[in-house]
Design a protein around this ligand. Structure first.
Ligand code: FE2
Ligand code: FE2
Length: 160
């Protein structure tokens, strides 16, 4: 069994993911759901392999599964979800067998997943940032004109 299995079975995790779905029921695009978390994990894995990041799969998957877990808190009280997700992820990771050093790397990547400055870093931070953006199919999104992403940031070209 992969080490991240414990994350998807964690009660706090499941509660947040279900809560996010309630808040996003009328949202037309950019959902923060299991499909998005897995898109990030899998696109991240493609980048990881094709660009030789050398990041262990279970570290990348933990970061991808947890990076938006605090989105419901942002909807609830405005706390930026990179901060909320890091706090929640910290608790959830305590119930896993990731080591202190691995947890630190995962939490740092979650905390910086909205920080453009890390984009080109050849580590988990840079990889998570890029995979999170690259996995959105803007080219096929009906809400694309209303989306607040800058036009040069949208994925109008299919890469992965
Ligand atoms: Fe996010
Ligand atoms: Fe995301």
């Amino acid at each position: 069994m992969e080490r991240y299995q414990v994350i998807i079975e964690n009660e706090e995790y499941i509660t947040h993911v279900r809560n996010i779905a309630k808040y996003e029921i009328d949202r037309q695009f950019g959902h923060h759901d299991m499909a998005h978390f897995l898109d990030v994990a899998r696109v991240g894995m493609i980048l990881n392999l094709t660009e030789d990041y050398g990041i262990p799969k279970d570290i990348l998957y933990a970061a991808a599964l947890l990076h938006d877990v605090g989105r419901d808190i942002q909807y609830e009280n405005g706390t930026p979800h990179d901060i909320a997700s890091k706090e929640i992820a910290e608790r959830i990771l305590m119930s896993t067998s990731y080591t202190d050093e691995e947890r630190k790397i995962i939490l740092e990547a979650i905390a910086s997943h909205r920080n453009k400055d890390v984009k080109d870093e050849k580590n988990l931070k840079g990889l998570l940032y890029r995979a999170d953006k690259l996995c959105r199919p803007c080219f096929f999104c009906e809400a694309e004109p209303e989306c607040n992403w800058k036009s040069n940031e949208k994925n109008m070209e299919l890469i992965w």
